[in-house]
Ligand binder design. Structure first.
Ligand SMILES: Nc1ncnc2c1ncn2[C@@H]1O[C@H](COP(=O)(O)OP(=O)(O)O)[C@@H](O)[C@H]1O
Ligand SMILES: [Mg+2]
Length: 666
């Protein structure tokens, strides 16, 4: 509710004759319950801003003491002739948005329902700033300002903080329109107001590090520690078998071995691997979130191999053993298998690092997915999403986490056959039940039509930026609340940084422009800085670049210092402490990681392609935001779906269900 300022030449009340003359008026000539047409005469002799009737503008229609508000979605000439001099008639088509009531005490109040529809002949004109302010006023106690109304920069885009977070949100738009930047802006505002909230960003392009140098820690392939025992069975087998068919026997064996390793795990304080002789009757399954040692897993496997009664299983057990050994030897998986044989329960420590408990002023945890092996991305997202939810539930709401999922169409694709089921399940659980406990979701995508509609429909606030693709426009258009239906027309043409924001966190759908962000705070700013420096004359030092390329390779090859000297091969004179013991004896056995040669279509080993520091893979110190690493690979890992290709064949039908689910939200 706003108090009306002193009349300043507006059309109503104390409008001056000058104001009347200069504000082009029109008259309602057609009206149904949703839309209206206004006939206006424009005289080119009147050269004034207010002479324009343009698509996208809000207009108001005087109806008694109230004013009906509409948004222009089409303007056309009333005839097929256009007079170069003299007056022309225009038909202005509007969608009715709501009504402004003017109280006797001078207060104005906007409501999205309309009590009195405009009569034919009612006077219409461009809306006053004061009415605009009333329409977009957000009277909730806790709002953040993320930009301004596009039509009038003096009106702030105020978003209800609590609803934005707790009812989940989505930012969608074609590549390059400003999604990541807008998300970083929204997140910055959120953490300024909510020091109790944690944010985990799944960052596929290593962009956000640069945007939050002081507010985040970065978990990348060098320092992420997500021990293998945190993976539930499906997640672990996705890493081991990568969805290959025909390995069900090995899968079942693995399930059995893991359960046994957990049941026989002896939490020796002296860090010496021990395996209890008998299985405890503690009911652990392969999914129980308890630690076990890799050495123990291999001992269990070897015991079974040594047993006579398991003879027919032997080839499968051997194949499984070799498969596991090959993965564990692969340095890219260091984040899972570092400290794989350490005793003691590290769960608290691992969770504290990733989920920032305590956060010590750095509330954001950025998981840089760009350097993780493509084979594990699905599992890692699944583990993290699962933990976000479980932590919220188990902490009874004390640990509240907002999971921001960039490129969400990769993890929760609309095609139910695609993607990794446990990831979909974990994210869907946050979307559907997370708010009760404090697990929240922020979805970011350039292909909203390729996101699982049941998850997208749980995002109750949407920032729809420019969308080029029609299927995407349709999905978002279908989600738009009443009063914004015609906004779908603008989705293909709004400017960068602009969006149509609608849903629970806003009182009225709003075409808004996000705040301008300084270059230094842009996601990925380290790359822009480098480009700018080169443009300004910085010489490209190819020698240094080649050196770094080699460094990255040396890191991969076990020379973490990148000094060109590779560490002596473990086993020659000394034992590598980082290395699981079973590998020493496995070494001689395993000539090729896959018995009988690689499976069809698989290379014999996984060629290392990303820089890693195996020595730090299991490091426990939380790293702060790393300085820009210009030469780190920044392209995304090969995505299961390309941005343009592999469109969801069922786009049309899923569109319908989303529209339905959005509308039925009430
Ligand atoms: N709010 C903003 N302020 C300043 N520049 C912006 C803003 N939004 C977008 N940009 C510009 O647009 C570029 C692309 O934005 P980005 O967020 O990376 O797009 P997307 O994530 O949609 O691909 C940015 O690098 C920046 O130059
Ligand atoms: Mg982006």
């Amino acid at each position: 509710m706003l108090n009306k300022p002193a009349p300043e030449g507006g059309p109503q009340g104390g409008e001056s004759a000058e104001g009347q003359r200069r504000r082009t008026r029109g008259h309602v000539v057609d009206c149904d319950g949703q839309r209206a047409i206004i006939l206006a005469i424009v005289d080119p002799a009147i050269q004034h801003m207010q002479n324009h009737w343009a698509v996208g503008q809000l207009i108001s229609i005087q109806e008694g003491t109230n004013r009906v508000v509409g948004q222009t979605y089409k303007v056309e000439s009333a005839t097929t002739r256009w007079a170069e001099s003299g007056a022309n008639s225009l038909l202005i088509h509007i969608e009715l948005v709501g009504e402004i009531q003017e109280r006797e005490n001078g207060e104005t109040l906007f409501s999205s329902g309309i009590a009195n529809y405009p009569r034919i002949g009612a006077v219409a004109h461009r809306i006053r700033t004061f009415d605009l302010a009333a329409i977009y006023e957000n009277d909730s106690d806790d709002t953040i300002m993320v930009g301004h109304l596009t039509q009038d920069a003096s009106i702030a885009a105020k978003i209800d903080l609590e609803k934005l977070i707790s009812r989940h949100f989505a930012v969608v738009g074609s590549t390059g329109v400003g999604k990541s930047t807008s998300v970083s802006l929204i997140l910055r505002k959120i953490i300024e107001c909510r020091s109790d909230l944690r944010v985990v960003i799944l960052d596929p392009h290593n962009e956000f590090t640069a945007a939050f140098p002081a507010q985040s820690v970065v978990k990348d392939s060098r320092n992420l520690s997500l021990p293998f025992w945190l993976f539930n069975f499906d997640e672990f087998s996705e890493v081991v078998f990568r969805g290959q068919k025909g390995l069900e026997v090995e899968g079942e064996l693995l399930r059995d071995f893991i359960a046994e390793a957990k049941e026989r795990y002896d939490d020796g304080r002296d860090n010496v691997a021990r395996l209890k002789k008998t299985r405890a009757s503690n009911g652990y399954t392969a999914n129980s979130p308890v630690a076990y040692r890799l050495d123990d897993l291999f001992k269990v496997i070897d015991e079974r191999l040594g047993q006579l009664d398991g003879k027919h299983e032997k080839p499968a057990i051997k194949a499984l053993r070799d498969r596991l050994a090959a993965i564990i030897r692969d340095q890219r998986f260091g984040f899972m298998f570092g400290q794989s044989n350490a005793g003691g329960d590290r769960m608290t420590q691992v969770l504290a690092e990733i989920f920032r408990v305590p956060h010590n002023g750095r509330q954001i945890s950025i998981v840089d997915m760009s350097a993780l092996p493509a084979e594990v991305v699905n599992s890692v997202v699944s583990v993290l999403s699962r933990l976000v939810y479980d932590l919220a539930v188990s902490s009874q709401g004390a640990i509240q986490t907002l999971l921001v999922c960039e490129e969400a169409h990769r993890y929760v694709p609309a095609d139910r056959e695609a993607g990794f089921f446990p990831t979909r399940q974990a994210i869907a659980r946050i979307a559907k039940e997370g708010r009760k406990y404090g697990a929240y979701l922020g979805i970011v995508s350039q292909r909203p039509s390729e996101i699982d509609p049941s998850i997208l429909s749980q995002c109750n606030t949407v920032f729809a930026m420019r969308l080029a693709n029609q299927a995407d426009q349709k999905i978002i258009g279908g989600a738009m609340t009443n009063g914004a239906q015609t906004s779908i027309n603008f989705l293909s043409s709004i400017a960068n940084r602009e969006c149509i924001a609608f849903g629970e966190a806003l009182k009225t759908p709003m075409r808004m422009t996000f705040e301008n962000i300084g270059k230094a705070q842009l996601p990925g700013s380290h790359i822009y800085e480098m480009r700018q420096a080169v443009r300004n004359g910085l010489e490209v030092d190819l020698t240094a670049i080649v050196r770094r390329m080699r460094e990255a390779d040396q890191i991969m090859q076990g020379d973490p210092d990148g000094i060109g000297v590779t560490a002596p091969a473990p086993g020659v004179g000394q034992r590598d402490a980082r290395r699981p013991a079973f590998l020493d004896d496995a070494e001689q056995e395993i000539a090729a990681p896959f018995p009988g040669g690689p499976p069809p279509g698989e290379p014999p080993t996984i060629a290392p392609s990303l820089p890693q520091r195996p020595s730090q893979a299991g490091s426990t110190g939380a790293s702060t935001s790393a300085p820009p690493r210009p030469l780190q690979r920044s392209e995304p890992a090969p995505a299961p779906y390309s941005d343009t290709g592999a469109r969801n064949q069922g786009g049309g039908s899923s569109g319908k269900s989303l529209i339905h689910s959005f509308r039925s939200r009430g």
